[in-house]
Write a protein that binds this ligand. Structure first.
Ligand code: PHE
Length: 357
């Protein structure tokens, strides 16, 4: 019995993995293992011999079993230690400074304006770029025959003959998100909706795809004065100046009444665009008090609620802020341009740290 004990405890101590341990278990204490064979010999012994050999065999079996499980646990620990050692990763290492990636001025401007409007209590809402003509036009008080449909140079989605689904367009402005937001949350509401929009147009200040941010504030006592204040505060914060010359021009939109367009004073001299000086004006947004029909289309009672909306060109205000004279360059993906006008990807704009340091 001492030989058996020494043999198996030695093998267990030397076992290198779980498979080896299992082989030892079968050979030692399995049903047909050596200890079981010895147990069978008990029958041939005298009662006196059996009284000594029986408990001793059971003790041997126990001892081998506990040596097996202790070794099994030790092997598992060692395996875990090995994994921890080889799969170790220092998550505190700084990111490698890379000159490869940068934030596009439009992304940067979007982050900046979101931070400013968030401070004024505006949440961010989004809508699809492929829109039904109901959301893009009808719900905004632009019925089928309305000249505004033609004015917007709309891209219509292809429809096969006999396709009866409602016509879809590439949204021509972010105003459909007004309707979707009102439907979703009801009144009162205060949201901005940044995103891409599409019109068939191409020159120094127009591209077929560009970006707008819609603003919408609906409550019981919102007036044109609130609109003017919000826009002036925004412009000061965005351009990081104490005052900029703004021009509110009476205008017309089917979805607002009254309506105003807003221009910013600028100059284009010597091929550079400068904000706040010169005799030129660049239109940056359309705005007004939301038409009662539009409020109703959004599922809100226009006798109880009123509010303002505006739609601002993100690309335009980015051109002004960063002095980029040609809008078309924004979308040409010229690496030299992106490196020159791009922003460090890890700097998140916020009001306390400075927007565009
Ligand atoms: N949707 C208008 C445009 O794209 C802008 C606008 C938005 C005007 C909201 C008034 C109110 O020109």
């Amino acid at each position: 019995m001492d030989d058996l004990k020494a043999k198996y405890l030695g093998q267990i101590a030397d076992a290198g993995d779980e498979a080896a341990l299992e082989a030892i278990r079968v050979a030692a204490v399995g049903k047909k293992g050596e200890v079981a064979l010895k147990m069978r010999e008990l029958g041939k012994m005298t009662p006196e011999e059996r009284q000594v050999a029986g408990p001793a065999l059971n003790a041997l079996k126990d001892e081998i079993n506990s040596a097996l499980s202790a070794k099994k646990a030790a092997l598992a620990d060692a395996a875990l230690d090995e994994r921890l050692r080889t799969e170790w990763l220092d998550v505190t290492l700084p990111v490698r400074p890379s000159r490869q990636g940068s934030l596009h001025p439009i992304s940067q401007a979007s982050e900046e304006l979101t931070a400013i409007f968030a401070e004024m209590g505006f949440a961010v809402a989004e809508g699809p770029r492929i829109e039904t003509d109901w959301y893009n036009f009808d719900a905004l008080n632009i019925p089928g025959h309305h000249p505004a449909r033609a004015e917007m140079d709309t891209f219509y989605m292809h429809r096969d003959e006999g396709d009866n689904r409602p016509p879809h367009v590439l949204r021509t402005h972010t105003s459909p998100v007004q309707i979707r937001s009102m439907e979703k949350t009801g009144a009162p509401i205060r949201v901005i909706c940044p995103g891409g929009v599409y019109r068939a147009d191409y020159d120094q200040t127009h591209t077929p795809m560009f970006h707008q941010v819609e603003g919408l504030a609906i409550d019981k006592d919102i007036s044109m004065a609130n609109l003017k204040w919000v826009l002036e505060e925004f412009v000061k914060a965005f351009f990081e100046v104490d005052g900029v010359d703004l021009r509110f021009r009476a205008s017309h939109f089917p979805f607002t009444e009254p309506s105003a367009e807003v221009d910013i004073r600028c100059s284009w001299e010597g091929g550079t665009l400068k904000i706040g000086e010169g005799d030129d004006w660049l239109e940056i947004l359309g705005s007004g008090m939301v038409h009662p029909k539009v409020i109703a289309a959004g599922g809100i009672d226009p006798d109880e609620y009123q509010g303002f909306a505006f739609g601002m060109g993100i690309d335009r205000i980015a051109m002004l802020k960063y002095g980029i004279p040609d809008l078309r360059a924004f979308f040409e993906s010229d690496l030299r341009w992106l490196r020159h006008y791009g922003f460090a990807a890890l700097d998140m704009p916020n009001l306390h740290g400075g927007l565009s340091r």
